[in-house]
Design a protein around this ligand. Structure first.
Ligand code: UFG
Length: 326
């Protein structure tokens, strides 16, 4: 299938583009390159357009005549979303509205949306099922939930068909070693650990060691970006078969604390990694672990990579690219 991938030059988008190519699909990347990297999609058609540019979107759909859309482009920093909410509502909510409208106008009815565990907020039960209450604690999570609600309404009323994939903590890098995670500034634990190992940071801080968890540090569910990519392919095939519009959690169903991740990363790089305990980061829930039973049962998704593979693949990318794509 020909698939328009918005945000395809970003971290998760570029890994999905790679997997689409491997499976014989034809990705077309749409990215304004504000955060994405041209080097991450060297051998793919790239349309440099912003989601706020309705005419640009219409031109893109007219030119490429795609069968489906995968939508990754978004502002995605939780802390930043609480400082510049306008940018988040405009880029994420208005941008998605424009993209969905352009897709529907062009007769494209298959839409896969990049959502997040942040739609749940502080969970009442862990592992978190899709049916758990949606109570996002930050603007980022609120924008993603608004878009999910919009897709549900458009599906019921206009017949749009969609899958919303709620990622837990995406990490790791493609096996070929040439694409990986590179945000500026970086806020995510795994790349920060390897930037520290590479001497690109002075300190590695653990944000809080007084949470109600066994070692006092936050527990997260890390899922390999290539496993996420596999799930997108399965979601696409299911929509093509007439599968239902719905949301799925995507996590490994295993939780690791910040200290466990640092210890596992030490084993991967073969040396001890020092850290300092710092104050809690505002808005961090103590424990987020997915129940991914639904996507396993309905689409047959099975994560192939464990935490060691995640860290080893991320380290391979960071060792070869200590300054990211620069
Ligand atoms: N952490 C540190 N030190 C750091 C960076 C992170 O201790 O330098 C901790 C955080 O406090 C958190 C854990 O490592 O406990 C993971 O933090 P990340 O920033 O890597 O990931 P988050 O769990 O905060 O965020 C992820 C996604 C978001 C999504 C969120 C849902 O990256 O897009 O889950 O809660 F919104």
């Amino acid at each position: 299938m020909k698939v328009l991938v918005s945000g395809g030059a970003g971290y998760i988008g570029s890994h999905v583009v790679r997997q689409l190519q491997r499976c014989g699909h034809e990705p077309v990347v749409l990215d304004n390159l504000s955060k994405g990297h041209r080097q991450a999609v060297r051998d793919v058609a790239l349309v440099e357009t912003d989601l706020r540019d309705k005419d640009g979107l219409a031109r893109c759909f007219a030119e490429y005549r795609v069968d489906a859309v995968m939508h990754f482009a978004a502002r995605s920093r939780v802390g930043e979303s609480m400082q510049i909410p306008y940018d988040y509502y405009e880029n994420n909510v208005v941008g998605s509205l424009n993209l969905v409208k352009a897709a529907m106008d062009a007769g494209v009815d298959k839409f896969i949306f990049s959502s997040t565990a942040a739609v749940y907020g502080e969970p009442e039960e862990v592992p978190i099922p899709e049916t758990a209450p949606k109570a996002p604690l930050n603007v980022y999570g609120k924008t993603k939930l608004m878009i999910e609600n919009m897709l549900e309404d458009f599906s019921n009323i206009y017949g749009l068909r969609y899958k919303a994939l709620r990622y837990f903590n995406a990490a790791g890098a493609d096996a070929e070693g040439d694409i990986g995670e590179d945000h500026t500034p970086e806020t995510h634990l795994v790349p920060i650990i390897f930037q520290y190992v590479n001497g690109r940071r002075d300190r590695l801080c653990v944000f809080g060691d007084d949470y109600d968890t066994p070692d006092g540090t936050c527990i997260r569910d890390y899922v390999h970006v290539t496993d996420l990519a596999d799930a997108h392919l399965l979601a696409l095939e299911d929509l093509a078969r007439g599968g239902e519009s719905c949301a799925y959690n995507l996590g490994s169903e295993s939780g690791y604390s910040v200290l466990e991740i640092i210890r596992a990363a030490s084993e991967v790089v073969g040396r001890k990694i020092d850290y300092a305990i710092a104050p809690r980061r505002p808005g961090d829930p103590a424990k987020l672990v997915a129940s991914s039973t639904k996507i396993k049962e309905v689409l047959g998704w099975q994560p192939r990579f464990g935490i060691r593979d995640i860290l080893a693949s991320a380290w391979r990318f960071h060792k070869a690219h200590p300054d990211g794509y620069r």
